[in-house]
Design a protein around this ligand. Structure first.
Ligand code: NAD
Length: 358
């Protein structure tokens, strides 16, 4: 079992990473301050992992559970209120602990419900997808979608701890697993060229879910995210770097109506576009771009925008991205593998030419 600490003064917490740790009662105990717990999960994950998790908790706590429907389309205020209903109906006090057992959808919603409940309850993340283990469970961004925009309602609310049981990846569908690899590539591109090289050299072992190789890339990705969050918890500066590929990616997801492509797939394509843009503005050399395109392809992630999307439509969504602050577009670009930058006021014509090149 290994630990990475997210250092946030009074709100620091560990990311505990190991195998078979889901049902070990001692692991979570130090982070639960009352005798009440609400475990929130969905109907896909409940039959797989709810019983083992509860087994480790049951003797010491009063444990309630809420099993929600599965899917991004349920990441709404309405579903979030069901979590609040369950807390109220079961008379949970303010010092209760919510446990999010699932992928990013369950984690984001449970964290947001915890942020709202009696002005802030405790919560623990138990991520079960690769994407959630390396990205969404760490850093305290919580929220739900609004019909007019993704993640438009939310709060920063840090968990008490994050428990990553690598064994849960055994049941994750391969396509979901590969989508999570996009966020691992992102971690390498942002802050660790050695991780990127490791991904290139061990791609087959990664795709075969080799336990040791997986443990290493998950630990490194968590460490990179924890370091960035510790420097800028509320995204006033360097945390924006974590959006590498996301402005393009969100535009693709919006254009496709959040169907057909998974979030990680859109991010992978977005990172290739960001790398091409970086070449266009002479920040990145062609050799680095080729390595990025090659790795994305080896992992079976898409690098070309879907043909049915129009350039105009994509640019329109990019304009609406909530990360824009000035008149032009604000995007994350690359200076090298392992070094990213925030680039302001990018001319839309340049993006147009880039997208038309496809
Ligand atoms: N808060 C953040 O910082 C942050 C960062 C990135 C993404 N996100 C959010 O995360 C969400 C995407 O998360 P995701 O990719 O984990 O998707 P997800 O939560 O929808 O999970 C993907 C699918 O895998 C299933 N699943 C989960 N774990 C499983 C397991 N171990 N075995 C079998 N099936 C399993 C789920 O039920 C679901 O059907 C999006 O809503 C996105 O906005 C948040």
């Amino acid at each position: 079992m290994k630990q990475q600490i997210v250092s946030l003064e009074g709100r620091s917490y560990p990311i505990i990473i190991g195998r078979g740790i889901l049902g070990e009662s001692k692991t979570l105990q130090p982070y639960i301050i009352s005798d009440q717990i609400l475990v929130v999960t969905n109907e896909t994950i409940a039959p797989l992992y709810l019983a083992p998790l509860k087994k480790g908790l049951i003797s010491d706590y009063h444990v309630d559970e809420l099993v929600l429907p599965d899917g991004e389309k349920y990441k709404t205020m309405g579903t979030c209120l069901k979590i609040i209903d369950a807390l109220l109906e079961n008379q949970h006090r303010r010092n209760t602990t919510l446990i999010a057992l699932g992928g990013g959808v369950i984690g984001d919603m449970t964290g947001f419900a915890a942020a709202m409940y009696q002005r802030g309850a405790n919560f623990i993340q138990v991520p079960t997808t690769l994407l959630a283990q390396v990205d969404s469970s760490v850093g305290g961004k919580t929220g739900v979608n609004h019909p007019l925009g993704k993640n438009m309602l939310g709060a920063f609310h840090q968990p008490q701890c994050v428990l990553v049981d690598l064994d849960t990846l055994d049941t994750l569908p391969q396509r979901e697993f590969v989508a999570g690899l996009a966020e691992v590539i992102k971690a390498g591109l942002l802050g660790d060229s050695d991780l990127f090289t490791y991904l290139e050299q061990n791609s087959q072992a990664i795709l075969n879910k080799d336990p040791e190789v997986l443990a290493y890339i998950i630990e490194r990705s968590c460490a990179i995210k924890a370091d960035i969050v510790a420097q800028d918890e509320r995204e006033n500066g360097c945390r924006a770097l974590l959006n590498l590929g996301h402005t393009f990616g969100h535009a693709i997801e919006t254009g496709l109506g959040y169907k057909d492509w998974l979030h990680g797939e859109a991010v992978a394509c977005g990172m290739v576009l960001a790398a091409k843009l970086s070449c266009k503005i002479n920040a990145l050399d062609e050799g680095a771009l080729n390595r990025i395109e090659k790795l994305v392809t080896i992992f079976g992630l898409p690098r070309e925008i879907p043909k049915e999307l129009s350039v105009q439509e994509l640019i329109q969504s990019m304009r609406l991205d909530k990360k824009n602050v000035g008149k032009g577009l604000r995007l994350i670009t690359l200076e090298n593998i392992g070094k990213a930058a925030i680039t302001e006021d990018i001319n839309e014509n340049m993006i147009k030419q880039l997208l038309e090149g496809y």
